[in-house]
Write a protein that binds this ligand. Structure first.
Ligand SMILES: [Zn+2]
Length: 239
């Protein structure tokens, strides 16, 4: 491993060169930096030239990654006053004593009512449990609104499941009519979840991404491209 740098339009572009038994020069842009791999036969200067030839793309990808990281809030500590976002709305965490444990939203607050408000691990479990239930409530209601248009075309009513995923917003298992949504959609504006749910619902009619699929999606959601762009720019975190 060797750290090298090239200059592109006045910007210093540092990258890590790894020697591996690979056929071509491979390039990866990660949150941690830029990584190139090449076999020992390729001179370092040739890798530099290759990186330079892809510099515009690398810098755009790097800027995008950094923007998402900047926008993502730090992980929750489940301390009173912390902000939790559900469907684009912010709720401050309030912890109050009570005779039994419960969590609910009231007047701009996410309230945790607890026998032992000092129990931090319990605060986290309560808040996370509440967010899990919110997924079902929010996206269940969304499905109720969006499904009838697809039902009219013969789509079966899907079952919703939720997972915290790193690289996908939704998955549609057509045979079993199960749509799995990324939990990270819960904090986001409802327009973004609607785009994902509509996309996955369309797969119940057209399983692939053929022109017929996009014609169907376009008919149901004419601004889907703008929503997709907003989704890829949105900070992604759970909860
Ligand atoms: Zn798809």
């Amino acid at each position: 491993m060797e750290t090298r740098a090239v200059l592109f339009e006045g910007r210093r572009l540092e990258y890590v060169l790894e020697r591996k038994n690979v056929k071509n020069i491979n390039l990866r842009v990660r949150a941690g930096g830029i990584y190139a791999s090449a076999s020992r036969r390729v001179p370092a200067a040739a890798v530099d030239r290759f990186v330079l030839s892809r510099a515009a793309y690398i810098l755009a990808a790097k800027d995008r990654l950094e923007a998402v990281q900047r926008a993502a809030p730090p992980p929750h500590a489940y301390e009173p006053g912390e902000v939790f976002t559900v469907q684009g709305r912010d709720y401050a965490l309030a912890v109050v004593p009570g005779t039994r444990d419960s969590a609910y939203i009231a007047g701009g607050l996410l309230v945790l009512r607890m026998r032992d408000p000092a129990d931090r691990a319990r605060r986290e479990r309560l808040a996370l449990g509440f967010m899990e239930k919110q997924c079902q409530a929010v996206f269940g209601a969304m499905l109720d609104r969006l499904y009838p248009a697809l039902e009219a075309m013969g789509a079966p009513r899907p079952t919703l499941r939720f997972r915290n995923m790193r690289s996908r917003w939704g998955v549609c298992h057509v045979k079993s009519a199960v749509i799995t949504l990324n939990k990270r959609l819960l904090p986001m504006d409802p327009a973004l979840g609607e785009y994902v749910v509509t996309h996955e619902l369309c797969h119940l009619i057209v399983p692939d991404h053929s022109p017929r699929f996009y014609a169907l999606l376009e008919g149901l959601l004419p601004d889907w491209k703008a929503r997709r762009a907003a989704l890829s720019a949105a900070p992604s975190h759970w909860p």
